[in-house]
Design a protein around this ligand. Structure first.
Ligand SMILES: Cc1cc2nc3c(=O)[nH]c(=O)nc-3n(C[C@H](O)[C@H](O)[C@H](O)COP(=O)(O)O)c2cc1C
Ligand code: SF4
Length: 424
């Protein structure tokens, strides 16, 4: 599908799309030029080559040209990527990564010059009414290269105060809205927050940006709790919510909120395993809780041509997903779990207080199964002979896994415990 077709089809549903255009990656990857020769992320001893003045101008021009192509393809606006996560424009903005002595280094205004020239160029090419957003990390949470600061003290990157100052400058340049978050690659805990990070953690920081500017503030990063999101907007702390991983886990998220069925949202467990980790490994990203993510056409839910009798053995996450999908496709499904509760390894895996989303995922599966014609048998062990007698067309063994205990000296010591709590 071309970009024009994409926009036409989205517009038919009343949906507008912004294209995100990046200036580049810089020191986040090896051998790529950066504003200054600084430490390359995760490559000890390597430094980035420094961008020449001509290269900077050429990159700015490329972003502007790309914005014009986006406009001509029907995108409703563009978002400049980005003064966040330590990407190239962020490297310009951060004094710890920008040691230039020309007009792109030094004062904060100089460090934001590329962002300003990009905005001016886009408005000139696409018209002053064409909306341009910027992603902005309000605080970096780093003490040094590859050293995060959890509490935010000893900040060597961007303080919240500087983040607010940048928001004001971007507004003065003509940016139409800001999509704010926190962190960089060096403090990934803040950039792509895992389940240990409380949902809505950045609302108060975003609210400070909102107080300082008159343009809309969008906030993203663990904002996938409809109550938190609604309260933040209602209280005037932010104007809109941005969601990344929640949309991978459940593309129906917004529809479920709109129809008041928030209990049907499949929770993103903020594990970072299927999505961002695979992306960073150069693999096709997907989602740990939504096997169809990024493979929607291949795994599209189609009614079975010939409904079959399906017996699933094991009521852990794999068994429940198999039963759910098979039943939705019209098969006659029976699910057998030897324990008296469904969930398998989700039960010990979700037992720690901070693993709430794992418990929510287990509850989601059980709720979804209760809405489907699946015969669920808990507390029942089935033997091979019994299985044979069931007349099933398909038997799925989803009996899970048991941990391997390596025979290393000291493994039996009382101080060595498994990762699942004793209670389970
Ligand atoms: C697989 C993946 C790809 C991403 N790609 C981009 C990107 O191209 N541009 C961007 O601004 N953010 C990107 N992000 C970051 C998200 O926009 C977002 O900041 C991050 O996932 C945290 O927000 P969330 O809790 O809503 O997921 C990506 C995140 C993931 C997981
Ligand atoms: S893999 Fe899925 S569940 Fe895990 S963080 Fe990514 S989107 Fe969320």
């Amino acid at each position: 599908m071309t970009a024009t077709e994409l926009n036409e089809r989205a517009n038919a549903y009343g949906t507008k799309i912004f294209a995100q255009i990046t200036m580049g990656l810089g020191r986040n990857y090896p051998n790529l030029p950066a504003p200054s020769s600084v430490h390359v992320f995760r490559h000890p001893g390597e430094v980035s080559p420094e961008l020449t003045h001509d290269q900077i101008k050429s990159k700015i021009e490329s972003v502007i040209k790309a914005a014009k192509i986006a406009k001509d393809s029907g995108f409703a606006g563009v978002e400049v990527h980005s003064i966040h996560w330590g990407y190239l424009l962020d490297q310009f903005a951060l004094s710890m990564m920008n040691h230039r002595t020309d007009e792109y280094g030094g004062s904060l205004e100089n460090r934001l010059r590329a962002a300003k020239e990009i905005l001016e160029g886009i408005k000139q090419e696409c018209g002053s009414n064409y909306p341009v957003s910027m992603r902005l990390g309000l605080k970096t949470f780093v003490k040094d290269f590859e050293k995060a600061t959890l509490t935010g003290e000893d900040e060597a990157g961007r303080t919240l105060e500087e983040g607010i100052q940048i928001a004001k400058l971007l507004e003065s340049y003509g940016y139409d809205c800001l999509s704010v978050d926190t962190g960089t690659y060096d403090s990934f805990y803040y950039a792509c927050p895992p389940m240990y990070m409380p949902k809505g953690y950045l609302v108060e920081m975003a609210a400070k940006a909102k107080e300082a500017v008159n343009i809309p503030i969008l906030a993203g990063g663990r904002m996938n709790d409809p109550d938190i999101a609604e309260a933040a907007i209602r209280d005037g702390k932010i104007d809109a919510v941005v969601m990344g991983r929640a949309a991978l886990a459940d593309p129906e998220y917004p529809n479920n909120v709109l129809t008041g069925h928030t209990e049907r949202i499949r929770p993103c467990i903020a594990c970072n395993q299927g999505c961002i980790t695979r992306l960073q490994q150069g693999k096709q990203p997907t989602c740990a809780v939504n096997p169809t993510a990024m493979r929607e056409i291949r795994f599209a839910m189609r009614p079975a041509i010939q409904p079959k009798k399906v017996v699933v053995v094991g009521g852990g996450v794999a068994g429940m997903e198999t039963a759910r999908v098979a039943a939705m496709r019209g098969h006659k499904v029976s699910l057998y779990e030897k324990n008296d509760k469904l969930g398998g390894n989700l039960i010990p895996g979700g037992s720690h207080s901070f693993k709430k989303e794992v418990r929510e995922l287990n509850a989601w599966y059980q709720d979804e199964l209760s809405l489907l014609p699946v015969e669920v048998h808990t507390g029942e062990t089935v033997t091979a002979k019994e299985l044979k007698g069931m007349g099933a067309d398909v038997i799925v063994l989803a009996t899970g896994s048991v941990p391997i205990m390596p025979k290393v000296p000291g493994i039996d010591d009382a101080k060595v415990i498994g990762c699942t709590p004793i209670c389970c």
